[in-house]
Design a binder for this molecule. Sequence first.
Ligand SMILES: CC(C)(COP(=O)(O)OP(=O)(O)OC[C@H]1O[C@@H](n2cnc3c(N)ncnc32)[C@H](O)[C@@H]1OP(=O)(O)O)[C@@H](O)C(=O)NCCC(=O)NCCS
Length: 161
Amino acid sequence: MTSQRIKSPEAERPSDDEIVIREGSRNDFPDIIALDAGIAGISRPEFWHEFQEHRAATNTLIILVARRSGKIVGYAMGEVRAWPVRGPACGWIYAIGVEKENRQRRAASALMTELIERFRAQGVGTIRTMIDVDDHLLMSFLRSLGMTAGPFVELEMSIAQ
Ligand SMILES: CC(C)(COP(=O)(O)OP(=O)(O)OC[C@H]1O[C@@H](n2cnc3c(N)ncnc32)[C@H](O)[C@@H]1OP(=O)(O)O)[C@@H](O)C(=O)NCCC(=O)NCCS
């Protein structure tokens, strides 16, 4: 006879301190927007609403939230697409952020693990992102994941008159 460990309902429930990653729901958007304003230092509801509409219209965009003690403390957004460079589609990371009070608890790492799983499930083999060259914190985090400089470089010039 094989013995089986039966988990109690309590064992299935995350502890108060645990970071739990979930798909961001429509109802989560006000909290995501407020959290993002605190992290990015700028309120950008149109940015999030545009992506909310885009997600509803496609099956490629992923918006994840990290919850701790029932509160949203982090978010990550990404999408599988070939744009804007040649080559096969890859998983683009569009945004990632964690509330200051909840940093260095591996919330962002958990968000990325889930995002990467979902990118893989869509058949891509590479992830890519663009960051501000002076953003040392984000750079340290992305390097900790194993990300390195890619084969493309962004060019720009002012056309203001
Ligand atoms: C970058 C950020 C997402 C990291 O979130 P986090 O939950 O604290 O990250 P994790 O706890 O998963 O850290 C994983 C690794 O990242 C690196 N890292 C995280 N915070 C770091 C810090 N303050 N200094 C140096 N390295 C750091 C470390 O290598 C760390 O691994 P370790 O714990 O073994 O040292 C978070 O600091 C943040 O939100 N920064 C602002 C980003 C932003 O502006 N987003 C909005 C626009 S996209």
